[in-house]
Design a protein around this ligand. Structure first.
Ligand SMILES: Cc1cc2nc3c(=O)[nH]c(=O)nc-3n(C[C@H](O)[C@H](O)[C@H](O)COP(=O)(O)OP(=O)(O)OC[C@H]3O[C@@H](n4cnc5c(N)ncnc54)[C@H](O)[C@@H]3O)c2cc1C
Length: 431
């Protein structure tokens, strides 16, 4: 095992660091205050070759791996969380799924959008379907050459600024029979406020990472060409699980944003501890802070090691291992919450001021224990693998409707779409 970066990776990391320090750092507070999407950073990232790095060369990308992307994401996040998230979502998540499972036309469409500066949105969560994502009710009904989409998604990162959307919905054939959950490629034209049938609803006033909107999307008889359905290899009945494999990449990216934020806060806290004097000496000389700093550094190193392992677990053209990605995201999210909080503590009252980046780091770090699979739900995934069986999340295997499902309700992380609910069977309990 070798933890040494190759010369090319060192160069990539150094380029990202230089851009983040020169351009992202000076604008981070303003982006947080104004909550305005950083179009200027998008353009810089595009010109710097950081958007769509993982897209294969045949579609105009660089064909780099998740590990390369992770190096860039950490450097960006040390100074500007929103920029780091843009790098995640232009290299992982929706674009990863489309490149892996899409037709050539779908792959080309998605690659062109990302490489020209679009941050894709992935649309799964609904007001009544959060962790229990497969309880989504958004539906797509086949009508000749189109699918007609109806439903509502919320907490969609990039809602209102993204063009490319991957929208998950229950798919029904012309006879009204449910086929499973599929992903639809929907391209929004923000200038024309189209397509007809897609409305951007209210924006959530988010706690952190405020430069990227989290918004509601409403689909009302939105017609999507049938060839924009992303077809999983094993068919729609396994569609959700297969398409969600792409989410393992997104999780590694999200974990890296958390890590980078924590690393940025940590470095500023160490510098301050050496500079700030109380009782006639630098506060770094107090053992209470020394141990805090040691623990922060250990947490960061452990999270980075697991993230790197997860990133390297992706085979060429594939996604990171689900287990390692889940573990990395749990550790990085919880480390980031603790480290940013401790960093603020080291700054004392100065850190509590909104003129200081510490409070922004604390707010920005909070989301990673929630979005993309909560730390509780991801722990269930980890436990399932340790115990060697699926752990059903519905009470006695029954949904509230009283209908029994044949497989446990899948979360963003689980592998299979549950079978269409069947009639309750007396005494037939799952798990
Ligand atoms: C900043 C941000 C960005 C997001 N971006 C997107 C996006 O781009 N696209 C998208 O589709 N979604 C997005 N989401 C939604 C996100 O994926 C969901 O918030 C997440 O899946 C959890 O769902 P929920 O918030 O409804 O919580 P709930 O599912 O209602 O959970 C509430 C609490 O119950 C716990 N819980 C629920 N089920 C279980 C269980 N079985 N075992 C133990 N504990 C459980 C949870 O851990 C949590 O603590 C985003 C969310 C945030 C905060």
């Amino acid at each position: 095992m070798d933890f040494e970066l190759s010369p090319g990776q060192k160069e990539l990391q150094a380029r990202a660091r230089a851009m983040a320090e020169a351009h992202m750092a000076p604008r981070a507070a303003e982006i947080d205050r104004t909550e305005a999407y950083p179009w200027d950073h998008i353009e810089r990232l595009r010109v710097g070759g950081f958007l769509g790095m993982t897209i294969p060369k045949i579609f105009g990308g660089q064909g780099l791996g998740y590990f390369d992307a992770v190096l860039v994401i950490e450097e960006m996040a040390k100074h500007c969380g929103p920029s780091a998230r843009i790098v995640v979502e232009t290299n992982m998540g929706a674009i990863g799924a489309i490149i892996k499972y899409g037709t050539t036309a779908q792959q080309k469409l998605a690659a062109d959008l990302v490489l020209s500066g679009d941050k894709p949105a992935i649309c799964i969560t609904e007001p009544e379907a959060g962790s229990a994502a497969t309880q989504m009710t958004t539906r797509a009904d086949k009508r000749g050459d189109v699918y007609v989409l109806n439903g509502r998604k919320h907490w969609i990162t990039g809602g209102g600024v993204s063009r490319l959307h991957l929208v998950f919905a229950r798919v029904f054939d012309e006879r009204g029979a449910e086929q499973g959950i599929g992903g639809f490629i929907v391209v929004r034209d923000p200038k024309a406020n189209g397509p007809k049938g897609l409305t951007v609803g209210k924006r959530e006033p988010a706690m952190g990472l405020r430069g990227i909107p989290e918004a509601e999307l409403v689909f009302a008889n939105l017609e999507i060409p049938a060839d924009m359905l992303l077809r999983p290899r094993r068919g729609l009945s396994h569609g959700f699980g297969e398409l969600m494999d792409a989410y393992n990449g997104q999780r590694v990216g999200a974990a890296t944003v958390a890590l980078g934020l924590a690393q940025g806060a940590y470095e500023k806290a160490v510098a301050y501890a050496n500079k700030r004097e109380q009782f006639g000496r630098p506060i770094a000389e107090f053992q209470g802070l020394q141990w805090m700093i040691a623990d922060m550094s250990i947490g960061l190193e452990a999270a980075r090691a697991l993230i790197w392992k997860a990133a390297c677990s992706a085979p060429p053209g594939g996604f990171p291992d689900a287990q390692i990605a889940a573990r990395a995201k749990i550790l990085a999210a919880e480390t980031a919450i603790k480290v940013t909080n401790d960093a603020l503590q080291i700054w004392g009252a100065a850190g509590y001021s909104r003129n200081n980046p510490m409070e922004r780091y604390v707010r920005d770090a909070r989301m990673f224990a929630i979005a993309g699979g909560t730390t509780q739900v991801l722990r269930t995934l980890v436990a399932s693998s340790i115990l060697g069986r699926k752990l059903p999340q519905t009470r006695d295997g029954y949904l509230r409707t009283g209908k029994r499902v044949e497989a446990p309700v899948a979360h963003h992380d689980q592998e299979e779409t549950p079978a269409v609910p069947v009639a309750p069977q007396s005494g037939a309990l799952i798990g």
